[in-house]
Design a protein around this ligand. Sequence first.
Ligand code: HEM
Length: 118
Amino acid sequence: MPETFFRNLFTTHPEFRERFARADMPLQYAAFLDALQFIASNYDQRAVLERTLRDLGARHARYGLRQEHLAIFGACLLDTMAHFAGQSWTLSVDLAWRTAFERIAEVMLAGAAEASAA
Ligand code: HEM
């Protein structure tokens, strides 16, 4: 899944290639998937999730994380998940993920802003 996500991201938004030029991509795939799995399995543990996403956002401050990057990531991630889910990707699943990703982005951005201000 992460391989497909990054392939789609780099094809539709080649400007992201440069940001990941120094990344060890197999490691990046694993880290990205781990983060998504952590988010999904702790979705009801608001305090844990909030702290983890803030820290993740804070670490992304040095990558120049911005709201528009997350919007692109989110759209591409949803497309990729919809592709793998096939027919089980219903309108309500789509809406639930969209809402969830907006919240994820909000908390990551707050963490990035805090780190930049510190
Ligand atoms: C839900 C959204 C995202 C998740 C879950 C995520 C997750 C991760 C994780 C787990 C890492 C490994 C390092 C660490 O834990 O700090 C990482 C690295 C990185 N992320 Fe993200 N990320 C997201 C969005 C973004 C966006 C929007 C950008 C664009 C600026 C970005 C750029 C990077 C870069 C450049 C690295 C470092 C790669 C390297 O050189 O090793 N990420 N991300």
